[in-house]
Design a protein around this ligand. Structure first.
Ligand SMILES: O=C(O)CCC(=O)C(=O)O
Ligand SMILES: [Fe+2]
Length: 363
């Protein structure tokens, strides 16, 4: 079903010892010290059979799909319109596409993954310290403290880093600041470029993004999905849409990302040579529903850990998102600021456990 790199197979041994010299202390630590205590912290969720996730996951046919491919190297003057059309079609039919020759050197992507491994292979105790890597208190996240059933639980850990915080990153693991900073700058350039191309097709002012997305308004999320016994019936990341304009995602060989298309979950074929781009809620609103912010989730591998890093291309809180109506299609969403959108999500999550999202803003 999935491709497994030899490196990941190596890391899949659950009680494996990890050599920690590279992270400033020279002894072996066990995988048990690294893993967040999912089961121990939520015993009733995991050991009460009525709390099982139920979920389509159990019955879903694990169908693999190849995302539409957009090759940035093919971009030249003669084929420009056709190229934009292909990308716009992928954004409206799939909400996802993969980008080849994307301009982020493979070396940067590899270093990024190495940094991620070093960061997440530190003891759980350390990762959950208040000022881990000199970041703000809720940057390191795992599971879902608010989950009342397994369906809401996340079998994963993540480091959530606003771009403005990259300069604060401590050098716990061999100075990750420069690698993460470089990845972030390159991903920002790529996101801006792609957003401008997609805007052109809709007659949105191409300077819209440069004016509204300031260098510090986006953020990064580094994800690690520890191996998860299938009997737990829990997802690595529960179904969601992203609350941004575009997401640039780099995933490793393991696979597990799934997207919903025509009511079915499809697995995205992993390919670390490409970047995955998906449309977020804000672009769906801005495009008046033409581009789709599609639900996606992650199924953890039973034996192998998986890594991904997402760059969320966001505007400043004051930016206003207004649907681009035309004579045939009046606006379907009311105008809102990004601040309003974030606040509404927080309120809904607090009250219902779910994000709700764009449907709140329908006219
Ligand atoms: O890990 C993945 O492939 C997806 C991550 C994702 O959807 C997210 O961080 O929002
Ligand atoms: Fe996502």
């Amino acid at each position: 079903m999935v491709l497994i790199s030899s490196m990941n197979v190596f890391l899949s041994v659950p009680r494996k010892l990890v050599h920690a010299r590279s992270i400033n202390f020279s002894f072996f630590i066990s995988m048990d010290d690294i893993e967040p205590p999912f089961e121990k912290t939520y015993p009733t969720l995991f050991h009460n059979s009525t709390a099982k996730a139920n979920d389509e996951r159990l019955v879903a046919v694990d169908e693999e799909c190849q995302l539409p491919s957009i090759d940035l190297a093919r971009l030249n003057f003669r084929s420009f319109d056709k190229w934009i059309e292909e990308m716009a079609e992928a954004a409206s039919q799939w909400g996802f596409f993969q980008v080849m020759n994307h301009g982020i050197p493979q070396k940067v992507l590899e270093s990024m993954r190495k940094e991620q491994m070093k960061i997440f292979h530190q003891p759980f105790r350390k990762k959950s310290e208040q000022n881990f890597m000199n970041l703000s208190a809720d940057s390191y996240r795992w599971g879902n403290p608010k989950a009342t059933c397994l369906k809401q639980f996340l079998w994963s850990e993540a480091l959530h880093i606003p771009v403005t915080d990259i300069s604060r990153l401590g050098d716990e693991s061999n100075n990750p600041r420069s690698t993460i900073g470089l990845f972030s700058t390159k991903a920002a350039n790529l996101a801006e470029r792609l957003a401008e191309y997609l805007a052109r097709n809709l007659k949105i002012k191409s300077s819209y993004f440069r004016e509204n997305c300031l260098p510090g308004s986006s953020y990064l999320r580094m994800n690690r999905y520890p191996p998860c016994p299938p009997s737990f019936e829990v997802l690595g990341l529960i179904p969601h849409t992203d609350s941004d304009f575009l997401t640039i995602l780099y995933q490793d060989h393991v696979g597990g990302l799934q997207l919903k298309k025509d009511g079915r979950w499809l697995s995205v074929k992993p390919n670390p040579d490409v970047l995955i781009v998906n449309v977020g809620d804000l672009f769906q609103a801005l495009s008046n529903g033409v581009y789709k912010s599609v639900e996606h989730r992650v199924v953890s591998h039973p034996k192998v850990e998986r890594y991904s890093v997402a760059y969320f291309y966001c505007p400043s809180y004051e930016a206003v998102i207004e649907s681009t109506e035309n004579i045939i299609e009046p606006a379907i969403y009311r105008k809102f600021s990004f601040r309003e959108y974030k606040q509404q999500i927080q309120e809904d999550v607090r009250a219902t456990g779910n994000k709700v999202g764009l449907s709140r803003f329908l006219l």
